[in-house]
Design a binder for this molecule. Structure first.
Ligand code: SAH
Length: 224
């Protein structure tokens, strides 16, 4: 079924009211940036999951997208986006996203950034995300099938890097590819004990802040 038909059929279970409820909940749980909340309201998350799960798309939970991966929980996507964009001049010039997955975070980020560079190690997931994002009209995204541990050296430096899977330690290549003033938003740690952190490159060195406890799939080395 085309994305458009699904969007029309989706009215009801994905109605304005269910989206409002989600946005209200995020507003009560630390998401204070109005542009980010508005973005969560307007991105059709039900088009990023399997049709069988579409009725749950505006619940604040992660959902399976196949191959052992998940679409991130809306609150986490909002928190990461807020941590990246708040207080900076928008749009950011270049942002690297590691872990395209189904492309939902990519879609949320798109209007805050001139050009997004997104990498996934699983080619089939990324191809499906690319088709979906193209159909929805997103035209500021470049895709690479590759290992996010290495970043995207040919396009560095980046004003922002967002990582949607958790390594044990911050990959050094990602720190190297951060511009002056740039921010890296990344979950770090083993399953059950992960922290979302923000690292900012300042003239005085790297500044590290802990944002929240989180639960992500692991960042896996190599390509699948
Ligand atoms: N942001 C996504 C969430 C994706 S889940 C969304 O909104 O749907 C995490 C993704 O990270 C998976 O697609 C997985 O394949 C990818 N991933 C894991 N290790 C990786 C690596 N080393 N390089 C690139 N992508 C990786």
């Amino acid at each position: 079924m085309s994305g458009e038909k699904r969007a029309i059929r989706g009215i009801g279970m994905t109605s304005a009211r269910t989206r409002d409820r989600l946005v209200q909940r995020l507003g009560e749980t630390g998401i204070t940036n109005p542009a980010v909340l508005e973005r969560i309201r307007s991105v059709p998350r039900h088009l990023f999951v399997d049709e069988a799960l579409a009725s749950r798309a505006y619940e604040d939970s992660a959902l399976p997208i196949g191959l052992g991966q998940t679409i991130s929980q809306p609150w986490v996507v909002a928190l990461m986006t807020q941590a990246l964009v708040t207080g900076l001049d928008l749009p950011l010039k270049k942002v690297l996203e590691v872990g395209t997955g189904c492309g939902y975070q990519t879609a949320v980020l798109s209007p805050f950034v001139r050009q997004i560079f997104t990498i996934d190690r699983i080619g089939s997931l990324q191809q499906a995300a690319r088709t979906r994002l193209n159909q929805l009209g997103f035209d500021n995204i470049r895709y690479r099938h590759g290992d996010g541990f290495k970043g995207w050296p040919g396009q560095a430096p980046f004003d922002g890097i967002i990582v949607a899977a958790a390594p044990g330690e911050v990959p050094p290549a990602l720190l190297e590819q951060l511009s002056e003033g740039g921010r890296l938003i990344i979950p770090v740690g083993p399953a059950g004990d992960q922290a979302l952190i923000r690292i900012t490159r300042t003239p005085g060195g790297l500044q590290r802040e802990q944002l929240s406890q989180v639960s992500f799939v692991p960042l896996v080395e190599g390509t699948g």
